[in-house]
Design a protein around this ligand. Structure first.
Ligand code: COA
Length: 390
């Protein structure tokens, strides 16, 4: 439904379900052009960044508004590396969790615990927010990597200062230093997921920090938002679907059944994009390459068949429902050796840069978010004593 058909006027205010089309803030960080299928970070096209840049540089760009000089990047890199290790007590908290805890819940718990062990956590001046923001970019990867091993009964690994951000993350999660293609593909995916306008988790992080609470509370809430299947959780469900389908010849019957039962296909559709998601274009290419490299080409073929069947045979393209970022990322992560429960945490480890950048941009001119609801209940009832209630 379009904004114009969904929005309703109530006195001075307009109501749009799901805040569709509502402007919540001004920003110079990134722009999503849903009609042209374009995503821009600080004026730079995502395809350009995916090809030439790397995650630390993109995080710097999002945070500070420009590509860093060599000295600036070295300084930022040093800061990230210095913050990588997390307190032993936080690792102990992760070890206390049931092994079958969803890794997104473990990540949420771990980030919340981090705040309890940071003596600066309750300081809410802008320099402290800045410092903790960078710390969170480094430490969320460590927590994700640690729980990836703990849930398998393995000891967490210490960060390796000789590795870049993405390679170190891969190493801490899988126990193996990645080969160049795996590192490149993962790094590229991290860039593609780093920021995306006022998505639900970014908005959540901003709503929470707008009360001038601590950064750990804001990011803990953002992780909770990203976890849902309508947002970052979709990537896990896409992979589950591909495994459930099992082979190309079963695609049509599987999808016909979903469509007949009005079940949404995960990894398809988007609030803003009504054409092909530019992030999915890049990930599709990598999915083909990396699945073939790891002997999992069948998963790419099933995914491609799902795409073709929905877009062409079922008319999804005509309705503006295309694969989104979560559709091909799953096959990429699976081929890189991650269990599908870790896909959404990987998304969080990437999106942290956007969460932090957008909160830091908002804070200097902060105003607490406080929308209203259209009241549809009764107004003039009288209190009924317990004995008279039915
Ligand atoms: N499969 C089938 N139909 C879909 C669809 C999907 N994945 N996504 C949207 N549609 C259809 C809806 O049924 C609706 O049809 P209708 O107008 O006939 O009722 C129409 O497209 C609009 O969808 P709606 O759910 O209102 O859009 P939204 O902007 O509120 O939601 C998403 C956007 C992303 C939540 C939604 O597309 C979705 O649930 N996708 C699957 C989950 C996913 O991949 N999330 C990751 C997003 S990056």
């Amino acid at each position: 439904m379009s904004v114009s058909t969904q929005a309703q006027k109530f006195g001075e205010a307009e109501y749009a379900k799901g805040l569709e089309g509502v402007i919540a803030t001004e920003s110079k960080i990134g722009y999503v052009d849903g009609q042209a299928g374009r995503l821009v970070y600080r004026g730079l096209d995502i395809q350009d960044l995916a090809e030439h840049s790397h995650y630390e540089e993109v995080a710097y760009l999002l945070l500070y508004g420009k590509l860093p000089t060599k000295a600036e990047l070295d300084g930022f890199d040093k800061e990230l590396k210095a913050h990588r290790a997390v307190p032993k007590e936080v690792i102990d908290v992760l070890k206390q969790l049931p092994k079958d805890t969803h890794p997104m819940s473990a990540l949420r718990t771990g980030v919340s615990a981090l705040g309890c062990f940071d003596a600066d956590a309750e300081k809410t001046d802008v320099p402290t927010y800045n410092k903790i923001g960078v710390k969170l970019i480094a430490q969320i990867a460590t927590i994700c990597g640690a729980f990836a091993r703990i849930r398998k009964g393995l000891a967490p690994l210490d960060p390796d200062p000789n590795l870049g951000h993405t390679a170190n993350f891969l190493y801490m999660a899988t126990g193996q230093k990645p080969e160049p293609l795996a590192e490149k593909v993962m790094d590229c995916s991290m860039i593609l997921h780093a920021d995306h306008g006022m998505n639900a988790s970014t908005f959540t992080s901003m709503v929470v920090i707008s009360s001038l609470t601590d950064f750990y509370s804001s990011i803990t809430a953002a992780i909770g938002s990203l976890k849902g299947p309508l947002h970052g959780g979709a990537n896990e469900h896409v992979m589950r679907m591909i495994l459930e389908i099992g082979s190309e010849d079963k695609v049509a019957a599987y999808l016909d059944d979903k469509i007949a039962n009005k079940v949404k296909v995960m990894g398809f559709g988007h609030r803003v994009y009504k054409v092909y998601d530019p992030r999915a274009t890049v990930l599709k290419k990598y999915s083909q390459e990396v699945t073939e490299l790891r002997g999992q080409g069948n998963y790419y073929k099933i995914a491609k068949k799902v795409e073709d069947y929905l877009l062409e045979d079922k008319g999804y393209a005509a309705k503006g429902i295309y694969p989104n970022v979560d559709f091909y990322s799953g096959t990429v992560y699976y081929a890189l050796g991650y269990d599908y429960e870790l896909f959404t945490p990987i998304f969080a480890v990437s999106r942290i840069a956007g969460w932090v950048a957008r909160c830091l941009e908002y804070l200097p001119e902060n105003r607490i978010f406080r929308p209203r609801a259209v009241y549809k209940g009764d107004r003039d009832l009288h209190y009924v004593p317990m004995a008279d209630r039915k």
